[in-house]
Design a protein around this ligand. Structure first.
Ligand SMILES: *[C@@H]1O[C@H](CO)[C@@H](O)[C@H](O)[C@H]1NC(C)=O
Ligand SMILES: *[C@@H]1O[C@H](CO)[C@@H](O)[C@H](O)[C@H]1NC(C)=O
Length: 993
């Protein structure tokens, strides 16, 4: 802060003038709240919040939902029955199914009989489908739904319940209560999750519109309704006003015709004993989700999920953003459970916490808190998956089995990406490429935003500015670099543009409510939107990417799908009207949050099929998406959209990316440097240091900003940024191994403290430091201005930790100070791990293919260490046929031996591809082993004994030089073995004593 002398009024005046000028120069950087609905402005949210209030405030509240005991059937892991909702003398039938899967997941689905059978009338001659949307699972769910043979009903002592034991060793139980309907999910006899415990279950049933004047609400009516008459009135009617939003809703000058009337689904889900809930990506607030119903430090709005292009989004907010993952995990000491709310319509979630001191089952601090959540969706099925843990990995593992694992990225995709809106000509791109080389700064990918096209017509190049795209890409390819070009889903409505002509003639665009082609406004002006819910549209989309059609694209061209919420500049809330119609007559309302996923699905397939050669030798696609839903992780990477060059945005990026990581979509990044505005050099430098720890690492900038490629920053900044980039490149083997763990187990790439230490309650809220995969690397990037001394890093356990750069020793548990000068990244290595890296600086990751490895063996307090390395060609699908190297390195204090063992499940060398790959990697060796926290007993030793498996030489022992260094001050001792010469893909042993 500026220090001002208060007595000097002249300076005060100057200062105020200065501030005034600053505010003129700084663009307005606040979101336009008036463009996005609050819960009160969203009819179904308001109705259900009011319904919840009635349930909570009315002592005689009784949920009007009952499971008809006589309807219950159970067979081979599937329970079915009819839930009835009684409103006055009307009984609404709601088919229920509760599925129990082999994976240990349970699923509760509620439909509505009348809509399912189509026995309803649509208003306004709508051509929309009558059913509740039941196709979200076709997009989001890809596995884990084999019904459990072991699940079985059990005899409960309680009358009026049906109990099903399921899960591993029958440790899980679902207690289904008949009246009112509700389900308690138990693990080892203890309730972990309750459905409808608070009576907020609400399925807005179909009803005809009765045109009558809305009566004035009389004083006192509220109490009467909540009292003895509660069972007789329609419990959806909370106030007379609300009926106004049943049939029609207007917002921002747009009117939603709502042909099916009110159709929301809502449910309360409680987590007894759980203090923290995480998930509901994407939001800008803390990782541990906040309470949403008032009070100090709480939000007043529910968390909203309605994928939107939110211009200049704000910090610490439950407002919606570009993507939605309706998945939540609850955490208490030693226990993690989760729910997936499978609904693609607009969804709001309220979170409140309550304390009860008399919970006999609670242990330790804070364990008496119960977290209550209330989920509200505008339409569709009520469809919830329940995962009972108990470990974080159990929950994310079953979630990932359901929705699919993160695509294994190509290696270039986890290296550094250079983007800007826009590189203006092909010569400009080539110039930037040369300048990176001249300045010895590594990068892998350069990006083109919308200006490369001819008049925003995708699949074209501006002939004036990008006259020679192939020549440009040829230069990039000389250093194995790639190009990513943007292709958006809005298609310019202009004559003589083959893409729009085909879109129209084949009728593959989204329709409006009258079932004609929908026209809206986006970058090109008047546009139409491809409807990727239509299989024919996806097939057509694929054809557009063929090299002969998208002339100027090459094998090193990959794709960025932006604006796929979809963003519509003149639409309600910057998107499509909800009564627009998609393929098969589904309303946009039903599937909005899936829209972005369907586009990248089509683009992913398109990249696989660009030429016949690629069908037989496919290269893994790379697609970046802005909008997403559960399941999008299978198809690409994501970034957090249009952030700002401001410190709070750098700070918020860490919890946002951690949240993506625990939500099954870990391949995520934020624009390094900030999209809007010009970062100070300190901010830019700190952002690169943080970005080197984003799973997806891309610098990007708005068209109105100054150029900021790393070589332009000047010293010392350019040098410091280059060091951060080199660090990322050196650690690519560790990052790639972490990506593999995400790909096969669904684990986050960067992991928050609670995920790694679920027993440590003090670390449950921590979201500004994280671990990289299972490498033991613990990073806490500096995200605040002027913090040039040190960072406090929290160590959760009693391990020893060491500075990555200087081997400074730290002892956990507790908070330690780590030096954080501008040129430093606070980065520790947890004892007990082995970290693989490649230390030779190269221009791009592709050029590191044959480089040797360095292994950093970090001995923990027990003197042992263990780590893994996953490696493949970094681009093909050969790994699916065994063409990979997967090693475990372990050092045992008892034997003083470091060994490399094969982890390949199928046994390496099986397929032809596998053999070829291993042969190609034969000469790739370990060039250095660094042992951190090396035993003092090694002092004076100058050799280690190396033995390697392999043809003929098996058992032969070689002696290799070793040097031991005493740690000075607080530093740990270390030892270096130079050139042990062992193969990275081989089994070997290095004996240190
Ligand atoms: C929690 O887990 C830790 C580590 O596994 C164990 O030592 C501890 O006893 C457990 N505590 C409870 C309350 O279960
Ligand atoms: C795209 O979606 C369709 C329909 O759900 C599915 O069959 C196909 O496998 C998906 N493609 C990819 C690449 O995931």
């Amino acid at each position: 802060m500026l220090q001002l002398n208060a007595s000097s009024s002249r300076w005060t005046a100057f200062f105020l003038l200065f501030l005034a000028l600053c505010s003129l120069l700084t663009p307005a950087v606040t979101v336009k709240h008036e463009n996005f609905k609050t819960c009160d402005q969203s009819g179904f949210c308001k109705r259900n919040r009011a319904y919840a209030d009635s349930a909570l405030s009315t002592s005689s509240w009784s949920s009007p939902y009952k499971l008809e005991a006589s309807s219950v059937r159970f067979d081979k892991g599937l329970l079915t029955g009819i839930v009835t909702k009684t409103v006055g003398d009307e009984t609404i039938r709601l088919p229920l199914s509760v599925s129990f899967y082999e994976s240990g997941t349970a699923r509760v689905t509620i439909d509505e009989e009348k809509r399912r059978k189509g026995e309803i009338e649509l208003r306004h001659n709508s051509k929309a489908r009558k059913e509740r949307y039941n196709e979200a699972e076709q997009w989001a769910i890809v596995g884990g739904t084999v019904l459990s043979k072991g699940a079985a009903t059990t005899q409960g002592a309680e009358k009026g319940t049906t109990r099903v034991a399921y899960g591993p060793a029958g440790a899980f139980e679902a207690v289904i209560k008949h009246s009112p309907f509700g389900v308690d999910f138990k693990r080892n006899g203890e309730t972990q999750i309750k459905f409808n415990g608070q009576g907020m279950l609400n399925v807005e049933h179909w009803r005809p519109k009765i045109d009558k004047p809305v009566p004035e609400k009389k004083e006192g009516e509220e109490e009467k309704k909540g009292g003895e008459e509660s069972a007789e009135v329609d419990t959806n009617v909370v106030t007379a006003d609300d009926e106004g939003t049943w049939w029609e809703e207007s917002f921002g000058g747009n009117t939603d015709s709502k042909p099916r009337g009110p159709e929301a689904v809502a449910l309360d889900i409680s987590f007894p004993g759980y203090q923290h809930v995480y998930g509901l990506a994407e939001h800008t607030g803390p990782l541990s989700l906040k309470e949403t119903r008032g009070g100090d430090g709480k939000y007043t709005e529910p968390y909203r999920m309605y994928n939107s292009d939110v211009f200049e989004y704000e910090m610490d907010s439950p407002m919606t953003l570009y993507g939605s993952i309706p998945f939540m995990q609850a955490q208490k000491k030693n226990s993690t459970v989760g729910v997936l709310w499978l609904n693609a319509a607009e969804t709001w979630v309220d979170i409140t916490k309550s304390s009860s001191s008399a919970n006999p089952l609670s242990f330790g601090i804070g364990a008496t808190t119960t977290t209550n959540t209330h989920w509200i969706s505008e339409s569709g099925l009520l469809d919830v998956f329940v995962m009972l843990g108990p470990k974080p990995q159990d929950v994310i593992g079953t979630y990932s089995e359901l929705t699919g694992y993160t695509q294994l990225p190509q290696q270039f995709a986890i290296a550094y990406h250079q983007c800007r809106w826009n590189y203006v000509t092909d010569e400009d791109v080539k110039d930037v490429d040369r300048k990176f080389d001249k300045n010895k700064i590594p990068y892998d990918v350069i990006w083109l935003d919308i200006e490369y096209t001819e008049g925003k017509k995708y699949f074209t190049w501006d002939p004036m500015t990008f006259a020679d795209p192939l020549g440009m890409q040829k230069q990039l390819d000389e250093h194995e670099r790639k190009l990513v070009a943007i292709i958006d889903p809005h298609i310019k409505n202009e004559g003589n543009y083959y893409v729009v002509d085909e879109l129209k003639s084949k009728d593959l665009a989204v329709h409006n409510k009258d079932d004609n082609i929908y026209e809206g406004w986006c970058w090109p002006g008047s546009s139409y939107w491809i409807d990727c819910f239509n299989p024919a549209a996806r097939t057509w989309w694929q054809s557009l990417f063929r090299y002969d059609r998208f002339a100027g694209s090459a094998t090193n061209t990959f794709i960025w799908n932006d604006m796929n919420e979809p963003s519509v500049f003149n639409g309600p809330e910057t998107t499509m009207p909800k009564d627009n119609l998609h393929h098969a007559g589904w309303e946009h309302r039903d599937l909005h949050n899936l829209n972005g996923l369907t586009l990248i699905n089509a683009t992913f397939s398109a990249l696989l099929a660009r030429s016949p050669a690629e069908v037989s030798h496919p290269i893994r696609p790379f697609v970046l998406t802005r909008s997403f839903f559960a399941g999008s992780q299978r198809l690409g990477a994501v970034w957090t959209g249009d952030n700002q060059a401001a410190w709070p945005h750098l700070e918020a990026s860490i919890p946002m990316l951690l949240s993506m990581g625990i939500s099954g979509f870990p391949f995520a990044g934020a624009d390094v440097g900030g999209f809007f505005g010009n970062p100070s050099k300190e901010l830019l430098t700190r952002w690169y240091q943080a970005g080197a720890f984003y799973p997806f690492f891309r610098g990007h900038a708005h068209i109105d900003t100054r150029r900021r490629e790393p070589y332009l920053a000047g010293e010392p900044y350019t040098g410091i940024i280059t060091q951060a980039l080199r660090l990322r490149y050196a650690l690519l083997p560790a990052w790639y191994t972490a990506c593999h763990e995400a790909h096969v187990r669904g684990e986050p790439i960067v992991r928050p403290n609670w995920y790694v230490h679920p027993e440590d309650e003090r670390g449950f809220e921590l979201d500004d430091q994280f671990y990289v995969g299972s490498t033991g690397l613990l990073a806490k990037p500096v995200v605040r201005e002027g913090q040039l001394e040190s960072q406090e890093v929290y160590l959760a356990d009693g391990e020893r930790y060491f500075g990555y750069f200087d081997f400074e020793g730290y002892q956990g548990p507790g908070v330690v100070k780590v030096s954080a000068g501008l040129e430093e990244i606070p980065l520790l290595m947890r004892g007990g791990h082995v970290i693989p890296r490649r230390d030779r600086p190269r221009r791009s990751s592709g050029l590191m293919r044959w480089d040797p490895f360095t292994l950093v063996v970090v001995l923990g307090k027990a003197g042992d260490a263990e780590g893994t390395l996953y490696l493949d060609d970094g681009e093909s699908f050969g790994y699916e046929e065994g063409a990979f190297i997967h090693r475990k390195f372990s050092y045992s204090a008892a034997t003083s031996v470091l060994m490399s063992e094969d982890l390949a499940a199928t046994g390496a060398g099986g397929s032809k591809k596998a053999k070829e790959y291993l042969k190609g990697m034969e000469k790739v060796r370990v060039e250095k082993i660094i042992v951190v926290n090396a035993p003092a007993a090694w002092k004076g030793r100058e050799e280690v004994e190396v033995s390697e498996e392999g043809a003929g030489k098996s058992g032969a022992v070689r002696k290799v030089g070793m040097e031991w260094f005493a740690g000075e001050g607080g530093k740990a001792a270390w030892a270096v073995v130079r050139d042990p010469g062992v193969g990275i893909g081989r089994g070997w042993k290095v004996a240190f004593a």
